[in-house]
Design a protein around this ligand. Structure first.
Ligand SMILES: Cc1cc2nc3c(=O)[nH]c(=O)nc-3n(C[C@H](O)[C@H](O)[C@H](O)COP(=O)(O)O)c2cc1C
Length: 193
């Protein structure tokens, strides 16, 4: 699939069937993440690939408790935050606690923004690759925030103490074929300078 077609077909899907992506497909999606630009804060990122049903349930229930009201406000399903997908991938990185000496001139806020920027690139590569392989996916913030605030859940997910979950995605197969994306030109303004 060409890159433009993958961008058009990339949608967040929230209904998965019982089919599980195979090992090669999961590895292809991870490889796409590894192809993303990396800054020093994401060079030692951890990709957690979660398939354990019990862990899924624990993370889902914790996130649901925290986010049910918000999901309802947004008109999304308030029954699950991970949509019973078979695979859940979390990217975690080390968030700097002070400006490293080699980054003189930067601010801590900028270093954190760069970390999330790089993690977003990883995520985008992974979602586009998943689309090109015929997999369905959804970006997931709710569990990331839950993990950030509940250290015992981070332990269960084997994320080291000094790492912060940055972004995440569920993967699977779906019987739904959502409408392709059209450019959302009305959302944006372009200024040529
Ligand atoms: C940073 C980010 C976080 C998101 N977190 C969630 C989430 O926690 N749960 C969810 O169902 N969708 C989540 N989404 C998906 C958005 O709702 C979705 O991308 C948006 O509605 C546009 O739809 P599309 O991706 O199909 O084009 C997230 C998207 C982004 C960009």
């Amino acid at each position: 699939m060409q890159i433009l077609e993958a961008m058009q077909k990339r949608r967040c899907v929230r209904k998965f069937n019982d089919e599980t992506p195979n090992k090669e497909q999961i590895e292809a999606v991870l490889e796409a993440g590894f192809l993303a630009p990396a800054v020093f804060t994401t060079k030692d990122a951890i990709f957690s690939v979660i398939t354990d049903k019990n862990l899924f349930k624990t993370l889902d229930e914790a996130a649901l408790k925290r986010f049910a009201p918000l999901l309802e406000n947004m008109g999304m399903s308030a029954k699950t935050t991970l949509y019973d997908a078979p695979v859940y991938i979390i990217i975690s990185g080390k968030l700097a606690t002070s400006v490293p000496p080699e980054c003189v001139g930067a601010t801590l806020a900028n270093i954190h923004a760069n970390t999330y920027w790089a993690a977003g690139s990883i995520m985008q590569n992974m979602q586009l690759r998943a689309t090109s392989l015929g997999l369905s996916s959804c970006l997931i913030n709710s569990v990331v925030v839950t993990l950030l605030n509940e250290p015992e859940l981070k332990k269960l997910a084997k994320i080291p103490d000094d790492y912060s979950p940055l972004c995440s995605i569920v993967l699977g197969k779906s019987d739904e074929t959502p409408e392709s994306n059209a450019p959302k030109s009305e959302h944006y303004k372009v200024i040529y300078a």
